[in-house]
Design a protein around this ligand. Sequence first.
Ligand SMILES: Cc1ncc(COP(=O)(O)O)c(C=O)c1O
Length: 392
Amino acid sequence: MPSPNLTTFRAQFPALANKTYFNYGGQGPLSDRAFEAIVSTERHIQIDGPFNGKINAALSATCNTTRSAIADLLGVPDTTISLTEDVTVGCNIALWGLAWQAGDQIVMTDCEHPGVIAAVAEIARRFDLTVTIAPILDILNDGDPVAAIVDRLTSRTRLVIVSHLLWNTGYVLPLDEINRACHRFPTETGQTIRVLVDAAQSVGTLPLDLDAIEVDFYAFTGHKWLCGAAGVGGLYVSEAARAHLAPTFIGWRSIKMDALGNPTDWQPNGQRYEVATSAYPLYAGLREAIAVHDEWGTASERYAAICDRALRLWSGLQDLDGVECWSISPPRSGLVSFTHISGQHQTLVSHLETQGFMLRTILDPDCIRACVHYFTTDEEIDRLLTAIANFS
Ligand SMILES: Cc1ncc(COP(=O)(O)O)c(C=O)c1O
């Protein structure tokens, strides 16, 4: 049985009341407090504004405090954070802003998200780049993903693209080793190989200290594991990498202006990658969502609880006839992927959905993904296991 505290904690999330939720990697539920922060910020804008000096100053302060809350979470200075809309926008900022030369190479794993793959294909077409895929999916259980990436670097490699936590199988890649190997690899021009990290599944899951592991670009969102509203994400760009990343989408938030409003320079910090008017109340919602998590426990405590929940699910799945987990070792994240002997994964997911269980299929590898958060209960996991066992 969940502890009374857990029950009270979960009661803050209306979405959890009427279903059994295992789709945190798709979107996290919004707490009442985050929702109220959004509504009260919009009300404030309407009552005091919507557009005047006072409210504009308040919204600028909201941007600052939101960047700051995110920076704390990632272990980096506020000045390195850009507020975006989602993961994919952050990846696009990094991808389009490098000074590509024909013949440059991008190395990316075979576990990246379709939106990022599509952006890379278009950049390669426009700038005449080569794209090399590092196949890691099939060696995750017994191979060395770092070697699979490093073995494909050449003197023309400019960028490596990896996910910190793989969305399809839940594996955590050793990002520190990947960053260090790329940064020390000798290139033709002497330029450092930069690493773009898709952090869709890692922010809100892993305790993070990006400065300590030499991250260049880290693109994330607030609407998945952080349980903020859809529409606010962020991008971390290290100070060293910023010097080589030009803004691509440009607006009044990107620039400094003189007394006549003429653009004079980029903002000296991550704001140069921000553009213009945004849905500011959602920023307040994300801040509140982060505060709700922090009240439950530290990032390390939450991560330990996520792994504990995932272990219960993974172990239970291993015990079911006809079910195989993708990972042969205990999970190190909240994403647990598995196959069913029927091969009817979409049918099983749809069947579970009729019973109130929310999961999703993954196309490659062909499997089902169940996500647990730190506040997933034993009872939810056990009921899911029973429902899967009863599927025929
Ligand atoms: C690894 C990964 N990258 C990118 C995305 C796209 O995220 P967004 O819609 O925030 O851009 C997702 C969403 O599921 C994801 O799992």
